[in-house]
Design a protein around this ligand. Structure first.
Ligand code: ADP
Ligand code: MG
Length: 319
């Protein structure tokens, strides 16, 4: 029996939505944020051939298509509540849909986010999620709040996803265990939602690292009217065989690789002890990697204090 559009939505995507006044099945869902809270709204699309390789594992696509949106909530300090899913499919393949939905709901359930609607069309494989979260007025972690003299922090090592992409293009030959780690980081990133929530009132600005650390920190610098300095020696090393540090482009992967979904944030030096305690509480290797200064742009200094030349400013679809 071929699966029609309505069977497909009912079978794979319709579940109880206790947090919504009305979920899937009508022309629109109905929701209300808790009294006094603001809605934080974000959307992210993934397109085959652009954001993932043809034939990608559907469980990972389900996971990642929501993870990148949850990461935006984390970067705002918002609590994720609801999301919609616009799915474009070349065919209604039951096995593919079941695995996609499992990956999607595994992460949705872990964060209490409810799927309340969407759209289903046929075409080249693509998925677009819009997410809504809640945050107290004045408490959102914006990009424009960094101050001169603030520390720059990073929630964990960057670069693994970029190394996995290079391996898939045949440019690297990582050892099996290292490749497994990098592929996991690329395919099933873990959004730092609890960290984002805990940084309300602590961080002065935040962003999630999706396009490359230097480029994303550059967005904080520009929005805040400041310069950012990163010390290469303070960047956390990837938990890989140390030999990988000699691979050409290793530092570039950490600085400009993209698809990391760690949080980069700024905070006053007076908050160092609180941030260290938070890292211990959340079991995250929070690292202080630099500082905000008067000026503009992002400078990365090597161990000798010399500025490094970064060949490109991060991923841009229309480069
Ligand atoms: P309409 O024609 O009014 O746009 P649809 O037939 O597209 O309605 O969708 C019917 C219901 O199923 C709506 O409530 C819509 O939000 C929901 N829906 C459609 N596609 C999806 C999807 N991929 N995931 C979740 N809900 C969906
Ligand atoms: Mg529709």
């Amino acid at each position: 029996m071929p699966l029609d559009e309505f069977d497909l939505i009912r079978r794979y995507f319709t579940r109880a939505t206790p947090g919504a006044a009305l979920g899937i099945g009508d022309d629109a869902a109905l929701i209300a944020p808790a009294a006094g809270l603001q809605l934080a709204v974000a959307a992210d699309t993934m397109v085959e051939g652009r954001h993932f390789f043809a034939g990608a594992d559907p469980y990972s696509l389900g996971w990642k298509s929501l993870a990148v949106n949850l990461s935006d909530m984390a970067a705002m300090g918002a609590a994720p509540r609801w999301f919609t899913l616009c799915l474009t499919l070349p065919a209604a393949d039951a096995g593919w849909l079941a695995d996609y939905a499992r990956g999607l709901f595994a992460l949705a359930d872990a964060h209490g986010a409810e799927l309340i609607g969407g759209d289903t069309t046929s075409g080249l494989l693509a998925m677009s999620i819009q997410i809504l979260g809640e945050v107290e007025p004045g408490q959102a972690l914006r990009r424009d709040g960094a101050r001169d003299g603030d520390d720059v922090w990073l929630s964990g090592p960057t670069g693994a996803a970029a190394l996995a992409v290079r391996q898939r293009y045949g440019e690297l030959a990582l050892a099996a265990a290292d490749l497994a780690h990098c592929a996991e980081r690329l395919d099933r990133p873990v959004p730092r939602v609890a960290l984002g929530r805990a940084l309300r009132g602590l961080a002065s600005a935040a962003i999630d690292v999706s396009d490359g650390l230097a480029a994303d920190l550059g967005h904080i610098a520009r929005a805040s009217g400041l310069a950012a300095e990163i010390e290469l020696a303070l960047l956390p090393q990837l938990p890989l065989d140390p030999a990988v540090q000699a691979v050409p482009g290793y530092d570039l992967a950490r600085l400009a690789g993209g698809d990391d979904y760690e949080l980069c944030f700024t905070a006053a030096p007076a908050e160092r002890a609180r941030i260290a305690a938070l890292g211990a509480e959340l079991a995250l290797p929070l690292a202080r990697i630099g500082a905000m200064r008067a000026g503009r742009g992002v400078t990365v200094r090597d161990a000798a204090g010399q500025p490094l030349a970064l060949p490109r400013a991060g991923f841009n679809h229309f480069d």
